[in-house]
Design a protein around this ligand. Sequence first.
Ligand code: GTP
Ligand code: MG
Length: 368
Amino acid sequence: GGPVTVKELAGKMGREVSDIIKKLMTLGTMATINQEVDLDTAVILAGEYDITVEELPPEEDPTEIAEIEDDPASLVLRPPVVTVMGHVDHGKTSLLDAIRQTNVTAHEAGGITQHIGAYQVLCQGKKIVFLDTPGHEAFTSMRARGAQVTDIAILVVAADDGVMPQTVEAINHAKSAKVPIIVAINKMDRPGANPDRVKQQLAEQGLVPEDWGGDTIMVPVSAHQKTGLSDLLEMILLVAEMQEVKANPNRLAYGTIIEAELDKGRGPVATVLVQKGTLRIGDSIIAGTTYGKVRAMINDRGDKVKKAEPSTPVEVLGLNDVPMAGDVLAAVDEKIARSVAEKRVAKKRSEEMKESQKVSLDDLFKQI
Ligand code: GTP
Ligand code: MG
């Protein structure tokens, strides 16, 4: 089972609560009667009283199991995941709008992206998954997350503005995630456009353009005039082909929570990028400390779908609570979904408790 309180432990060990508390103090832990004691401490305590504790087999963590590499023979090509990154207002969303022939930019508050948008695009008969990320400096963690789940990063740099702080930040996220970068030099239609200056600045960041003898693909584009888009898409497909991105679709699903929120009518809604396996309606799932059963799935076009294969972004309904962006989502055996999630909640709580105790101990010393 999970953590037990001092009181429960005293009962199980047939000792007085005060006795247990004293013993814990000698072990360096200040505890109160209703405090939870973690398993390790309980085992040590039992040892102090010469009580032998039966070793339970370590619980198999379904997320860790899901992370195990699939048999290479089971892998099939999947669509590449491409994350669009760059400084605020350099035209990431506009570029995706131009590629998708949509108009997301028009509906954004203040024209600023504040979440990760996920879209599937069909290009020369091949699917590409695009993730749009915010460029505003406040959204570093979203950019980092975007870089971690992606196969290719598109770095958008405005030709009239050049390399800016979040351009550099995006380069670093892509580098630390070991993801190849394709540069889109956008706003080529602007009077002040100076692609050579952009190339010079990027070269200073270690991205040397191919036409200068380096190995970074740089494509001049204009989201407004829709120029250079097919070149850019061609480069994306080329790099994707070289990478041979693959996954096993015939297994329990594994994916990452891109974002999640509590919807008034629908309850917890999580946008998931399925990375391995196939997620289906009715699957038991866990994501971080949350669990549930897939009740409905909605694709990027707003259509209900029954299954989501690798490299598919979908909204998932049916979790008992709102998971955290970045959490791993795993489809699991129905019997363990709830207990694993509850154990994670308990573990998180006891960790938070430990943290708060550290603080109060510090405060205590401060007062002395
Ligand atoms: P954040 O998501 O907030 O980081 O911004 P973004 O990079 O998505 O930029 P967005 O697409 O919202 O565009 C910012 C502004 O630049 C808007 O006013 C666009 O109309 C304009 N813009 C984008 N692409 C082009 C382009 O190719 N040419 C010109 N002239 N303007 C552009
Ligand atoms: Mg945007």
